[in-house]
Design a protein around this ligand. Structure first.
Ligand code: TZP
Ligand code: MG
Length: 229
């Protein structure tokens, strides 16, 4: 079973004016204790995505792929995992298994309209992480039978970060999902520092967040960890 911290940060290219800005945000998130970062780009072409992903890898890659992450300032953020081993940063590519390999990322996250989980697994091999988005119990049951390392459920609340989002599943949707899988469960969609604790209480192992990490990413991440301790 993969180890998941309570916060799964997503850096979305549409929220940043430049690659430099996107990388700076990611570095701040890592300084705030994030060890799992997804790169999401819904508007760029493959070449542009790979360029940005490689920049992320260049700046954070020192700590990805199993190497210890840098020290963080806040004592509220765990420096080591439950085993006492140092935590490492994992970079996850949204949508694209090919770009995950090309950028030497640590995993892929796919949705219902991307390659199937088993097709992605064939491409990325047994060791890289694979996450699958689900929006209802049927999709969750199906994804649970795959080799996915974690499942995502959402949108839990209304979100403006996704175009044409599926219907909101609410906290009940998280509870239902929890009852249907023993895989690590990531909740996503409209999750903020104000409602994150209720999402974990409903059974999620981790919360994936875009918007509520944008302003002062380091401090926001530290606050999430403090709230979800
Ligand atoms: N999938 C379901 S909701 C969502 C995605 C990618 C967007 C989450 O962004 P935010 O800003 O944290 O609501
Ligand atoms: Mg997708």
């Amino acid at each position: 079973m993969i180890p998941l911290l309570r916060l799964y940060a997503i850096v979305d290219s549409s929220a940043h004016e430049s690659t430099q800005d996107l990388v700076a945000c990611a570095e701040e998130l890592v300084a705030g204790g994030c060890t799992l970062l997804q790169y999401r780009n819904k508007s760029g072409n493959a070449r542009m995505m790979l360029e940005q992903a490689r920049e992320l890898k260049k700046h954070l890659g020192r700590w990805s792929g199993g190497r210890p992450r840098p020290p963080v300032s806040s004592e509220s953020v765990p420096r080591t995992g439950a085993s006492g081993a140092p935590q490492s940063i994992r970079l996850i590519m949204n949508d694209r298994a090919d770009l995950c390999l090309a950028a030497e990322f640590d995993g892929v996250h796919v949705g219902q309209e991307d390659l199937s989980p088993e097709s992605v697994r064939k491409i990325i091999g047994p060791d890289r992480w694979l996450g699958v988005s689900t929006h209802n119990p049927e999709q969750l049951r199906e994804a649970d039978l795959t080799s996915a390392d974690y499942l995502a459920v959402g949108p839990v609340f209304a979100t403006s970060s996704k175009e044409k989002p599926d219907p909101v599943v609410g906290l009940d949707g998280v509870r239902r999902a929890r009852a249907l899988t023993r895989k690590p469960l990531v909740a996503i969609g409209g999750i903020t520092r104000a409602n994150a604790a209720s999402v974990i209480e409903a059974g999620a192992d981790s919360v994936a967040v875009i918007s509520d990490l944008l302003r002062d990413p380091r401090k926001s991440a530290e606050e999430f960890f403090r709230i979800l301790r």
